[in-house]
Write a protein that binds this ligand. Structure first.
Ligand SMILES: Nc1nc2c(ncn2[C@@H]2O[C@H](COP(=O)(O)OP(=O)(O)O)[C@@H](O)[C@H]2O)c(=O)[nH]1
Ligand SMILES: [Mg+2]
Length: 327
């Protein structure tokens, strides 16, 4: 079947915001036409600077995103904001609150804000995020800010889709330890202690610096995660944070590290898509249905096992040599 996007991609490339918005909705709904659209606009992607902001609820991420957007607008950059909520629908309220706070920026046609909740759809949230980033990127957004609500595994996955990861914590709540445990500290390119108007901000900063210095020794040329203080509410420290984002971008492009990391992201994306494609082909194949019907009975009788059977099915799909397989 052919799925057409009725010229949406063309309109988007001409700068039509409504077309962009509708394309994002198609992506969110896992519409088959979205896949076509992404392929059509893919040649126009790869220009945006993508920044992720993660950290516990209430740390001030949305406030910070809002301020960052303003700061980038001062520099004449256009901005796209994606607020990702993996734990929805329980936190719909939080997203609504964000929307109200970000409303301030919505009057500016060069800032586009979109909240995105998980729908338990096949692709998963990080895949949807990748596609929404592609849409904003092709539209021509200079900076794309991706905010997640929490610090779980889903958030870490979403953060893998961006170039620069900012982890936000607040003084005196053990955020740093939580981030360390969740494996999120190691993906931070910039760490922010927000609510620096509160007591204990300096201690939090030096504690974090200590934690970060425990990382394996880095070569001089490698990026060292800076720890910055902000009062997002008042915009304090936001110009410095913006500079740190720009410095990380410069580091990525001047060292070739950016290309290397993008290649790794693409590799992972292609393998994920291929895995899904294989699953879909296998489950549709008449031959597989036949073989599987018999095999399942054999497995029930414990005359076969799921592992060996899965490998045999994979061989049916891919008739190439399987190096490293011992049989
Ligand atoms: N005292 C203080 N409060 C802040 C600061 N930044 C944000 N807040 C407040 O913290 C609350 C949570 O902020 P929000 O941006 O929604 O946090 P998020 O859940 O991480 O997105 C809001 O009431 C903000 O006004 C700050 O620097 N200092
Ligand atoms: Mg928020």
């Amino acid at each position: 079947m052919e799925y057409t996007t009725n010229g949406l991609v063309k309109e988007l490339l001409e700068g039509n915001r409504r077309a962009m918005s509708r394309l994002i909705t198609l992506v969110e709904n896992n519409s088959p036409s979205a896949v076509n659209a992404i392929q059509e606009l893919y040649p126009y992607t790869g220009n945006a600077i993508t920044v992720g902001i993660t950290g516990p609820p209430g740390a001030g991420k949305s406030t910070l995103v809002n301020q960052l957007a303003k700061e980038f607008r001062k520099r004449d950059k256009t901005v796209g904001i994606i607020a990702v909520d993996p734990s929805s629908p329980f936190t719909q309220g939080a997203i609504l609150g964000d929307r109200v706070r970000m409303q301030e920026l919505i009057g500016d046609p060069n800032v586009f804000v979109r909240s995105m909740a998980s729908r338990g759809a096949m692709g998963g949230l990080s895949d949807t995020t990748i596609d929404v980033i592609a849409v904003l990127d092709a539209f021509g957004k200079d900076i794309i800010l991706v905010e997640t609500v929490g610090v779980g595994q889903d958030e870490v996955e979403v953060m893998r889709a961006v170039q620069t990861v900012i982890v936000v914590g607040v003084p005196g709540t053990g955020d740093a330890i939580q981030a360390l445990k969740a494996g999120i500290l190691e993906i931070a390119n910039i760490y922010v202690v927000n609510k620096a108007d509160r007591e204990g901000a300096d201690q939090a900063v030096s504690y974090l610096k200590q934690l970060l210095s425990l990382e394996p020794k880095k070569a001089k040329s490698e990026w060292r995660t800076p720890v910055l203080k902000t009062v997002a509410m008042h915009g304090d420290g936001v110009p410095e944070l913006t500079k740190a984002i720009e410095a990380h971008h410069t580091y990525l492009s001047s060292t070739g590290k950016g290309h290397e990391e993008e290649a790794a992201r693409i590799r992972h994306q292609v393998l994920t898509l291929a895995q899904r494609e294989l699953y879909s082909r296998l489950s549709r194949s008449e031959k597989v249905k036949e073989v599987l019907a018999e095999k399942v009975q054999a497995i029930l009788r414990r005359e076969a096992n799921p592992y060996r059977t899965a490998r045999e099915l994979a061989d049916l799909a891919v008739e190439s040599e399987s190096p490293g397989y011992s049989g």
